[in-house]
Design a protein around this ligand. Structure first.
Ligand code: HEM
Ligand SMILES: *[C@@H]1O[C@H](CO)[C@@H](O)[C@H](O)[C@H]1NC(C)=O
Length: 323
């Protein structure tokens, strides 16, 4: 009978490979790095071009794009919910505490979406996948590690300001609270430390680190003093300070700084100073390869948080609006 004939199995194998390789439907369960390879090989290069141009124009943009992916994934999974503008029916995450007057880079995402749709000839690539790829390309553009991005996410039709307020970690948190917010996402304390290394790039506003530089005791005095001149007790709320001494280089100085009690945010310094994560901070501070390896692995875990796949959600035509 047919089952004993090897060519039957070959045909079956061919069929299953062919349907997964050429299908325009998302991969059945979960994500795959090859998702757009056959349907639009120009998609990923188009995204990289726009990210590189944006980062060349303003180095900080790389940091801002990386943060958008993080804030997307921590709120009901990586579904581009952070990109939806407020409407009477959309409870926009852009207005949540951690994002309001803080999250940025939305215009670059719009530009990427326009370019990738032009490259593919139609609206094929989800806004959630664009965020994941732009995060990786940003890290690479600032001299950091690369990794294979899992793809096939679809876009949400809803957003939740409440979930954004509850689930995105806050800069005044101590280590147990930070561990807890990551644990709720299925991420462990190694992921917490490695991913916090994202603060090797980018900036924070005076209003965010004011309490730390006037009230914390686990901060070195001359570092606090120099920040106090930039960030007075009142006013100048949006003045920027670099999160580490080289905010446009994806290096290990962020961790090195923590050893010297020079973390900018309370939540940064919480990773070093007598707690369970001290050893990881020490390791990453003098082994940039160990940091990069773990960061890349944890970014893949972050990007895999509760994606919409199959016929869930939609591929938005405009990342700011539900179709
Ligand atoms: C561990 C808990 C974390 C807390 C409490 C936290 C908090 C913050 C805060 C308060 C800022 C400054 C915002 C502002 O001043 O407007 C910031 C900036 C930033 N965060 Fe985090 N963050 C955390 C983890 C992460 C993770 C996991 C990533 C990415 C993987 C990330 C990426 C960034 C980047 C790149 C910036 C700079 C953005 C820019 O310059 O535009 N953060 N973070
Ligand atoms: C967001 O920030 C603006 C100031 O730019 C402020 O007027 C508004 O009340 C804030 N929104 C929320 C929901 O906090």
């Amino acid at each position: 009978m047919a089952l004993s004939n090897p060519s039957f199995f070959q045909a079956l194998l061919f069929l299953s490979l062919a349907t997964s390789a050429f299908s325009t439907q998302p991969y059945r369960d979960g994500l795959t790095p090859n998702f757009y390879d056959y349907v639009c090989p120009r998609a990923l290069p188009a995204i990289k071009r726009v990210v590189e141009a944006a980062v060349q124009q303003e180095r900080r943009m790389g940091a801002s794009l990386l943060r958008l992916h993080f804030h997307d994934c921590f709120v009901n999974g990586c579904d581009a919910s952070i990109l939806l503008d407020p409407t009477p029916t959309i409870d926009s995450e852009k207005l949540a505490g951690p994002n309001n007057n803080s999250a940025r880079g939305f215009e670059v995402i719009d530009q990427i979406k326009a370019e990738v749709d032009k490259a593919c000839g139609y609206s094929l690539v989800s806004c959630a996948d664009i965020l994941a790829i732009a995060a990786r390309d940003s890290v690479v553009a600032l001299g950091g590690p690369s990794w294979e991005v899992q793809l096939g996410r679809r876009d949400s039709t809803t957003a939740s300001k409440t979930a954004a307020n509850n689930d995105i970690p806050a800069p005044n948190m101590d280590l147990p609270a930070l561990i807890n917010t990551f644990q709720k996402q299925g991420l462990n304390s190694r992921d917490l430390v490695a991913l916090s290394g994202a603060h090797t790039i980018g900036f924070a506003q005076c209003r965010i680190f004011r309490d730390r530089i006037y009230k914390d005791t686990n901060i070195v005095a001359d570092f606090a003093r120099s920040l106090q001149s930039l960030c007075p007790r009142t006013g100048e709320d949006s003045n920027l300070a670099a999160l580490d001494p080289s905010p446009a280089q994806f290096d290990s100085l962020y961790f090195h700084n923590l050893l010297a009690q020079k973390g900018l945010l309370h939540s940064d310094q919480a990773l070093y100073g007598g707690g369970s994560t001290d050893e990881m901070v020490k390791t990453y501070s003098d082994d940039v390869e160990a940091f990069w390896d773990d960061f890349a692995k944890s970014m893949v875990k972050l990007g895999n948080l509760k994606p919409l796949t199959g016929n869930q959600g939609q591929i938005r035509l405009n990342c700011r609006r539900v179709n």
